[in-house]
Design a protein around this ligand. Structure first.
Ligand code: CP
Ligand code: NVA
Length: 307
């Protein structure tokens, strides 16, 4: 069988994603019960980070250790990647030495190029266009708190960024409706909107967009690499802050998620993360469990009983 990569959510089928979420929940339960699962004994993950990270780095590194393997942190500052060694060459070299590669970078095309030259699994740990690992954790969190997302309505508020694009793909893969509330000029990929027109709607007014929905999600207004646009974006997004009073427009049992890091006073009010509807700490913690299920799936395949 040819190697499987995870560059976006559509690299796995809806059925595979569904099983992966269930496996993540199982791995979490087993880990918390003190049970040891080491399907990746002696396996090594290389982690290439061209952008900052707290959650992604710690969850992948801890996850590999818990599964019996290990991880190596690589930054362009101290590898030959930073001195211009081609991605293609790096991909071929690392495949001789490790069992999978995780990459956080700017250009999505770069990670596709890398994957095309990699005989071992490549995982997208965030590009300018997509952040699929975060979606695994978000879906796991919703399933744990409220059950399946199928048939539910989710509202994305804020920038049409890598997380928003990933939510569009998730709407198809996990079968939910998505409303996007963003200012003009900050829409997600036009191609993605076009391809998912049956389940994704842009609604400018945040209050109308949140009305009656089961999940509200936001993210920073200026992503990594957009720091110089911060001041302009704070003005442009001023009407798109998520607060407990905006959440009151959503369904009674609605949840709030944010991939973090968050900026209180910008995309969320000072008190939003203290609201009982916010499940952001559970969401962050699920990065560990969801990615353990992903690493297992890509490196050795799912365990027989969960197929
Ligand atoms: N949510 C997320 O990816 O966080 P980090 O940037 O800290 O990895
Ligand atoms: N959209 C944000 C997500 C950070 C996890 C960024 O790309 O910086």
């Amino acid at each position: 069988m040819s190697v499987r990569h995870f560059l976006t959510l559509t690299d796995l089928s809806p059925q595979e994603l569904e099983r992966l979420i269930q496996r993540a929940i199982e791995l979490k339960r087993r880990h918390r019960a003190g049970l040891v699962d080491e399907p990746l004994k002696n396996k090594v993950l290389a982690m290439i980070f061209e952008k900052s990270s707290t959650r992604t780095r710690v969850s992948f590194e801890a996850g590999m250790t818990q599964l019996g393997g290990s991880a190596i942190f690589l930054s362009p500052r101290d590898t030959q990647l930073g001195r211009g060694e081609p991605l293609q060459d790096t991909a071929r070299v690392l495949a001789e030495m490790v069992d999978a590669v995780m990459i956080r970078t700017f250009s999505h095309q770069d990670i596709e190029t890398y994957a095309n030259h990699s005989s071992i699994p490549v995982i997208n740990a965030l590009t300018d266009d997509f952040h699929p690992c975060q979606l695994l954790a978000d879906v796991q969190t919703f399933v744990e708190c409220r059950g399946s997302l199928q048939g539910k309505t989710v509202t994305w508020i804020g920038d049409g960024n890598n997380m928003c694009n990933s939510y569009i793909k998730a709407a198809r893969q996990f079968d939910f409706q998505l409303r996007i509330a963003c200012p003009e000029g900050y829409e997600p990929s036009a191609q993605l909107l076009h391809d998912h027109a049956d389940r994704v709607q842009v609604i400018r007014d945040p209050e109308a967009a949140v009305d009656g929905v089961q999940l509200v999600v936001t993210d920073v207004w200026a992503s990594m690499g957009q720091e110089e646009e911060q001041a302009k974006r704070i003005k442009d997004f001023a009407a798109y802050q998520v607060s407990p009073s905006l959440m009151n427009r959503a369904a009674k049992d609605a949840l709030f998620m944010h991939c973090l890091p968050a900026h209180r006073g910008e995309e969320i009010s000072e008190d939003m993360l203290d609201d009982p509807r916010a499940v952001v700490w559970q969401e962050a913690g699920n990065r560990l469990h969801a990615q353990k299920a992903l690493l297992e799936f890509l490196m050795v395949g799912p365990p027989a009983q969960s197929i």
